[in-house]
Write a protein that binds this ligand. Structure first.
Ligand code: ARG
Length: 548
C-alpha cells in the first residue's frame, strides 16, 4: 500500500474546494507527524492569504474525507500534519502479501539494459564493477515489477586489438596458444609488448585485422577461441558476484559488424552524413566542442573502419527496431555522457528511436582510493576484479557477506557520486552497510527458529511498534522511486531505515518474552520485517547468509 498516494488522493478534493482550483497535495513522510503536506504554504504564496488560515480551512474540509483513515492537524506556519489511524496501519501490515504491497507494473514495458560490457581478451577490471552491480540491480528490480527485461552485455569483442592478439596466437601455435589463454592478462601483456617493440609484428597484426574483418577462416577460428575463453572467465566472475548475467546475454560489438554498412546507408538516405577529413560523420544539433565548433559523431573513420559510435548506432537500431524495446537503458560511467547523448540524438534524427521509445544513459561516478584518486593497486595497476573478490573472501566471514558488502557499498549512495573504496567501512557491522542489513535480517529469522507460537493480528500499542508498522508500509514507495528514477539507493536507504526501526522496536518490545496477542502481533511485525529486508536485499542482488 502506498499511504502517501492514498492520503494525497483524499486531500485533493478539500484542497481544491478551498483553493478554487486543483492543487497537488504533495504528501511526504515527516519527523513531526506520520505524513505532512506543505500545500497550504504553496497556496498562500500564490493567493496572498495567510497559510495558517488556508491550512485551517483545508483541515476542516478534510476531516470528512479522511474519516476512518487518518486525522489532520495544522502546525505552524501552515503545515497539514497527518496521523494515520492505528487500526489502518495494523490491518495494512496484516494484509501485506508475498509482494509486500507492490503491485506488478500496470503497463509492462520491454526494457533492454546494457550493462557490465567488459572488454574481451582482458580480465575484468574494477572499472566494470559498478556497471555490473547497478545494472544487475536494475534488471532484477524492473523484472520483479513485471517488465520484460532483456539483458544486453555489450562485450568489447571487436576492433584493432584483436589483430595483435590473433597474430600472437598464430605465432604461438595452436596448443601453446590454447594453453596461454588460461592467463588472459599475461597473454594480453605479451602480445602488447611484441606489438610495441617489433615493427614486423605490428605490420602483421594490422594485416590480421583486415583478414579477420574480411572473414579469413583461420583468423575467425582463433578469434572465436579467444572470445569464448574470455566469456568463460567473465561467467566465472559473474557467478562469484552472484550476478544474473548468463552466456546468452553476451551480444558483443562483433554482432553488429554486418549491420554497419546499412547504418551508413540509412544515415545517407536521411541526408545526415557529412564527409569531414575523409571520415563520414553526423553533426547532431546542439553539440559543440570547446571552441564552439559543431561536434561530429564519427560513423566511419577515414581508413574505412567503423568505431565504437557506429556500433552503438547499430545497437540502438537493433534494440528499438528488431527487439521492439520500449526503453533502452545504458549503465555506463559518466565519462561517456556526451557519447550517449550524441548517439541518442543521431538515432532520433535517423528515425530509429521513435518518440515512444525512451533511451537513457544511467550514468555513475568513479570508485576512488583513499587518496581521492582512481582506485588502484599499491603498485599503481588496475585492480583485477578477481583479486578484489579474493580479498573480500579473506576479509569477510563468508562469501555472501563479502560480496554483499561490496555490492551494498556500491548501491547505497547516489549512483552519480564517486565513492571511496574502503573495506573497513563497507564491512562494518553497524551503519548503512551490507553486513548490518544482512545481520538484521538473519537475526529476525532466528527469532522464528527459536519461537514456536504463531504470528497473529497486529495490535499497535507501543510507539516503536507504530513506527515499525509505518516503516513497513514504506516499501512500495521506495521500490517505485528506485525503479522510476533508476536509483537503487532509494531502496537501499529505505531498507536501512527499516532495519533501524526494527532494532528500536526490538530493544523496547520483547517478542519471545511477551505472550498472548502481543506476542502474536510482534511476531507478525518481525515476520513482515524479515520478508521485506530479504526481498529488498534480493532485488539489490544481495543474499542473506543463513548464520552470521
Ligand atoms: N566496453 C565499453 C567500455 O569498457 C563499455 C560499453 C558500454 N555499452 C555500450 N553500448 N557502449 O568502456
Amino acid at each position: 500500500m502506498n499511504l502517501e498516494a492514498l492520503l494525497a488522493d483524499r486531500l485533493a478534493a478539500p484542497l481544491a474546494a478551498v483553493a478554487g482550483f486543483p492543487v497537488d497535495p504533495v504528501v511526504r513522510r515527516s519527523q513531526h507527524a506520520d505524513f505532512q503536506s506543505a500545500a497550504a504554504l504553496a497556496l498562500a504564496k500564490r493567493t496572498g492569504r495567510p497559510p495558517w488560515a488556508i491550512a485551517t480551512d483545508v483541515a476542516a474540509a478534510a476531516s470528512a474525507h479522511l474519516a476512518g483513515l487518518a486525522t489532520v492537524r495544522v502546525s505552524r506556519p501552515g503545515f497539514l500534519n497527518v496521523t494515520v489511524d492505528d487500526a489502518v496501519l495494523a490491518s495494512a501490515v496484516d494484509d501485506l502479501d508475498d509482494r509486500l504491497g507492490v503491485p506488478p507494473a500496470a503497463r509492462p514495458e520491454r526494457v533492454v539494459i546494457d550493462y557490465s560490457a567488459p572488454n574481451a581478451a582482458k580480465e575484468m577490471q574494477i572499472g566494470h564493477l559498478r556497471s555490473t552491480i547497478i545494472g544487475d540491480a536494475l534488471a532484477q528490480l524492473l523484472g520483479w515489477l513485471g517488465h520484460d527485461v532483456v539483458r544486453a552485455n555489450h562485450l568489447g569483442d571487436w576492433g584493432t586489438p584483436f589483430g595483435m592478439l590473433i597474430e600472437h596466437m598464430v605465432e604461438l601455435g595452436h596448443d601453446r596458444a590454447r594453453h596461454s589463454l588460461g592467463d588472459l592478462t599475461g597473454f594480453y601483456r605479451v602480445a602488447r609488448a611484441k606489438f610495441d617493440s617489433d615493427e614486423d609484428f605490428r605490420v602483421r597484426a594490422r594485416r590480421r585485422v583486415v583478414a579477420l574483418q574480411s572473414g579469413d577462416e583461420l583468423s575467425r577460428t582463433l578469434w572465436t577461441q579467444l572470445v569464448e575463453q574470455t566469456e568463460r572467465n567473465f561467467l566465472d566472475t559473474y557467478a562469484r558476484l552472484g550476478v544474473t548475467l548468463t552466456g546468452g546475454d553476451f551480444v558483443g560489438e562483433s554482432f553488429y559488424q554486418e549491420r554497419l554498412a546499412s547504418v551508413v546507408d540509412d544515415l545517407a538516405a536521411r541526408g545526415l552524413l557529412v564527409e569531414s577529413e575523409g571520415a563520414l560523420c553526423v553533426f547532431p544539433d546542439g553539440f559543440t566542442g570547446r571552441d564552439g565548433e559543431p561536434l561530429p559523431l564519427i560513423v566511419r573513420k577515414s581508413d574505412g573502419g567503423f568505431g565504437y559510435a557506429a556500433t552503438d548506432l547499430a545497437a540502438v537500431r537493433h534494440r528499438a527496431g528488431d527487439l521492439k524495446a520500449d526503453r533502452l537503458l545504458y549503465v555506463v560511467g559518466a565519462p561517456q555522457r556526451t557519447h550517449f547523448r550524441m548517439v541518442f540524438a543521431v538515432a532520433r534524427a535517423a528515425g530509429w528511436l521513435p518518440a515512444a521509445v525512451t533511451a537513457e544513459h544511467i550514468e555513475f561516478g568513479s570508485i576512488l582510493g583513499d587518496d581521492g584518486k582512481a582506485f588502484r593497486t599499491r603498485a599503481g595497476d588496475n585492480v583485477r576484479l578477481d583479486d578484489l573478490l579474493d580479498e573480500a573472501d579473506s576479509r569477510a566471514s563468508s562469501a555472501a557477506v563479502g560480496i554483499g558488502a561490496i555490492k551494498y557499498a556500491d548501491l547505497a549512495g547516489d549512483r552519480r557520486s564517486d565513492y571511496v573504496f574502503d573495506w573497513d567501512r563497507m564491512l562494518a557491522s553497524t551503519g548503512n552497510t551490507g553486513p548490518y542489513l544482512q545481520y538484521a535480517c538473519a537475526r529476525i529469522r532466528s527469532i522464528f527458529r527459536r519461537g514456536a507460537s504463531e504470528p497473529g493480528p497486529v495490535v499497535l500499542a507501543e510507539p516503536a511498534e507504530r513506527r515499525l508498522a509505518l516503516a513497513l508500509l514504506g516499501f512500495e514507495p521506495a521500490v517505485t522511486a528506485a525503479a522510476d528514477l533508476r536509483e537503487p539507493h532509494r531502496l537501499a536507504g529505505y531498507l536501512h531505515d527499516l532495519a533501524v526501526a526494527f532494532s528500536a522496536f526490538y530493544e523496547t518490545c520483547p517478542v519471545l518474552r511477551s505472550d498472548g496477542a502481543t506476542r502474536a502481533s510482534r511476531l507478525t511485525l518481525a515476520d513482515r520485517t524479515a520478508r521485506t529486508l530479504g526481498l529488498g536485499l534480493g532485488l539489490l542482488g544481495i543474499d542473506i547468509p543463513g548464520e552470521m
